[in-house]
Design a protein around this ligand. Structure first.
Ligand SMILES: N[C@@H](CCC(=O)N[C@@H](CS)C(=O)NCC(=O)O)C(=O)O
Length: 205
């Protein structure tokens, strides 16, 4: 039995959708991330007090992309990750890493700009720059999907698309997303037709 600690609509959304897709039994534990205070018990699982954390047989794993990739590997029958020796495994890992360490990181800078500067008055500028850099990164994904989509691995949906769907959902101006990044929008709409994704998305609002 998996236990996922998260908050609806946050970075726990992608692991949540992956859990629904693989169909494994799990329990969702809501963590209040609205303020800075955290339950000391939760800090033992996740040292930054962020979400998500997945606990399996008492062992916590944090970082959303690691959780998604691990779950996809543990449930190969769900077909959400190429096998270790498959030719497209490198491309899959490339997108998982790019989405978490470039796209998501820029989005977090936009959501939490005060954490990226020691001068409070600079925070709006940090957020503004982050928006530009988010568009630049989404542009890279858009170009790849347009050339080789509809999924990041061509005809095959993977955990990387689920991750992208979560990040697309965080984009501030959804109308602009559909106009400027139509292949990302189409990718997300295709994925949402899958029953597991639909359940995961519904649970995350
Ligand atoms: N790189 C981390 C980022 C996690 C993260 O920043 N989660 C946000 C929600 S989207 C959070 O917990 N925010 C509360 C906080 O940072 O205080 C991951 O992917 O797990």
């Amino acid at each position: 039995m998996y236990r996922l600690y998260g908050s609806p609509g946050s970075a726990s959304a992608a692991p949540h959708c992956v859990l629904e897709e693989v169909g494994a039994p799990y329990e969702f534990v809501a963590v209040d991330i609205s303020g800075e205070a955290r339950d000391p018990e939760y800090l033992k699982l996740n040292p930054h007090g962020r979400v998500p954390t997945l606990v399996v047989k008492g062992r916590p794993v944090f970082e959303a992309a690691a959780i998604c990739a691990w779950l996809a590997d543990r449930h190969p029958e769900a077909g959400l990750a190429p096998a270790n020796d498959a030719d497209d495994r490198g491309t899959y890992l490339q997108w998982m890493m790019y989405l978490t360490n470039t796209v998501q990181e820029r989005m977090l800078q936009m959501f939490y700009p005060d954490r990226c500067t020691s001068h409070a008055d600079e925070a709006p500028h940090v957020a503004e720059k982050a928006r530009e850099r988010i568009d630049e990164a989404f542009g890279v994904v858009e170009k790849a999907l347009k050339a080789d989509g509809p999924y990041l691995l061509g005809e095959k949906a993977s955990a990387a698309d689920i991750y992208l769907s979560m990040l697309a959902g965080w984009y501030e101006d959804q109308k602009k997303l559909a106009q400027s990044f139509p292949s990302i929008d189409a990718n997300r709409k295709l994925l949402a037709q899958r029953p597991g994704m639909a359940r995961g998305l519904a649970a995350n609002g």
